[in-house]
Design a protein around this ligand. Structure first.
Ligand code: ADP
Ligand code: ADP
Length: 226
């Protein structure tokens, strides 16, 4: 079976805006998918529907064969990383990263062990006691990534997570994401309007325009030179 299926998914906002139209996609476990297209084409709306943050107007989304509407939020194997980081400014880095596990009620010893491991992996141990508002964009992005990964999701949803970073850092985090894909077998759905990013990361690129899927292809097929 597939990890994630979108079947004729549509979204019309309350104000009548048709944001997503007949979106079909089947994603295998461990695949890295990018949604690529200009601002306003429906990428974020689609991601938010997969995350369960936005209702679906028509069609259906299946996560590991189960309809998303029938999966209670705490049983969804998805985790979302936001464009604007959405970190808690008054909490330390360590607490920000552990918050999701705290909410889930994971016992303290297990939670702390997991948090320390992911802080280590993302090179955040040295700044673990600091508050995010004192840190750089790149550091904040790694914290957001740590927070998404610490819950060990099967499907990681990322909304333009690298947009605010300089080129070197972007490259470093791209490499980290590919390593995580290979070592942990996580399925990635990644929203971007940057062609270079989609090319560097994805197994398949979903090209979107005005709410519709225009094409779904591996990068080398999409950008093969004549
Ligand atoms: P993006 O980077 O995804 O294009 P935007 O800056 O367009 O983000 O949107 C930021 C926020 O505003 C999002 O939460 C989005 O849902 C909301 N939003 C975008 N367009 C509209 C709209 N026409 N009416 C109401 N809310 C909107
Ligand atoms: P993208 O992520 O590709 O920039 P979005 O999914 O944010 O695109 O937006 C798709 C369309 O839906 C746009 O026309 C946007 O203005 C509209 N939109 C987004 N959020 C809302 C909202 N909360 N209410 C109404 N319209 C919205």
């Amino acid at each position: 079976g597939y990890d994630l299926e979108l079947i004729k998914v549509g979204k019309v906002y309350d104000n009548g805006t048709p944001a997503v139209i007949d979106f079909d996609l089947a994603v295998s476990k461990g695949e890295f998918i990018a949604f690529l297209g200009p601002s306003g084409c429906g990428k974020t709306t689609t991601l938010r529907m997969i995350a369960g943050f936005e209702t679906i107007t028509s069609g259906d989304i299946l996560i590991r064969g189960r309809r998303i509407n029938e999966l209670p939020p705490e049983r969804r194997p998805t985790s979302m990383i936001f464009q604007n980081y959405a970190l808690f400014p008054h909490m330390s880095v360590r607490r920000n990263v552990g918050y999701g596990l705290e909410v889930k009620g994971m016992p303290r010893a297990e939670r702390e062990a997991r948090v320390e491991r992911i802080l280590e992996t993302l090179d955040l141990t040295a700044i673990a006691d600091q508050k995010p508002d004192r840190l750089s964009g790149g550091q904040r992005q790694r914290i957001a990534l740590a927070r998404g990964l610490v819950v060990e999701p099967e499907i990681l949803l990322l909304d333009e997570p690298l947009g605010a970073l300089d080129a070197n850092l972007r490259k470093a985090i791209q490499n980290e994401l590919k390593i995580l894909q290979k070592t942990l077998g996580i399925t990635f759905v990644f929203v971007t309007h940057a062609q270079s990013e989609a090319l560097a990361l994805s197994d398949r690129i979903v090209v979107m325009n005005q709410g519709r899927v225009e094409q779904i292809s591996p990068p080398h097929v999409l950008y093969r030179r004549p």
